[in-house]
Write a protein that binds this ligand. Structure first.
Ligand code: ZN
Length: 158
C-alpha cells in the first residue's frame, strides 16, 4: 500500500510581517548569530527560542578545532533550555544565518541532527514548536511544527 506525506508551511516576503513578539525573536537570533564562534566555517548561525513564560533564550554555533566537538546554534539553544528550564514549553524557534558563504536570500534549514533534537523537544513537551527560518533579505519560512521537517524521527512514534 502506498502512502503520501505532505504538510503546509508559509513563506513571507519579510519577517516584519511577523507578530511583534516574533520580530523580537528574529532580532535576538541575529544578535546571537553575530556572537557565534565560527572561525573555521565563517558560517554564523543564530537561534532564538521563546518559552511559554515569555523568556527568550539565544544560541549560536560553537565550532571547535576538533570539528565534531562543535555544536549547532539550534542545539545550543535547546540544550540550554533543557538544562536551565527543564519544565518550560518551547513555543517558537527562530534560525538565521550570516557570513561570507550565506547569500542574502538563503534560509538556513536545521541539519538532520538538529531536526532530531527539535523533534524530541516537541515529543518531550507534547506541544509543537513553531519553526521560523529567516534569510538576511527578510524572506521567511514558517513551519507549524518542527516534526514536519523530520518525517520519521528516530525512536519516537505517535
Ligand atoms: Zn544542526
Amino acid at each position: 500500500m502506498k502512502h503520501t506525506h505532505s504538510f503546509e508551511y508559509e513563506i513571507l516576503d519579510h519577517w516584519n510581517e511577523l507578530s511583534n513578539d516574533e520580530q523580537q525573536l528574529v532580532k535576538q537570533a541575529n544578535i546571537a548569530a553575530d556572537a557565534a564562534y565560527a572561525p573555521y566555517s565563517n558560517f554564523h548561525v543564530g537561534a532564538s527560542v521563546l518559552l511559554n513564560d515569555g523568556t527568550i533564550i539565544k544560541g549560536n554555533n560553537q565550532e571547535n578545532i576538533a570539528y565534531p566537538s562543535g555544536l549547532c546554534a539550534e542545539r545550543v539553544a535547546l540544550f540550554y533550555v533543557g538544562a536551565n528550564y527543564p519544565n518550560a514549553i518551547v513555543k517558537t524557534l527562530v534560525v538565521v544565518a550570516k557570513g561570507d558563504l550565506v547569500k542574502a536570500e538563503d534560509c538556513i534549514s536545521p541539519c538532520g541532527a538538529c531536526r532530531q533534537v527539535i523533534a524530541q523537544s516537541e515529543y518531550r513537551q507534547k506541544e509543537p514548536i513553531r519553526l521560523i527560518l529567516v534569510a538576511q533579505n527578510g524572506k521567511t519560512f514558517i513551519f507549524n511544527q518542527a516534526a514536519d521537517l523530520l518525517v520519521f524521527p528516530f525512536g519516537m512514534e505517535d
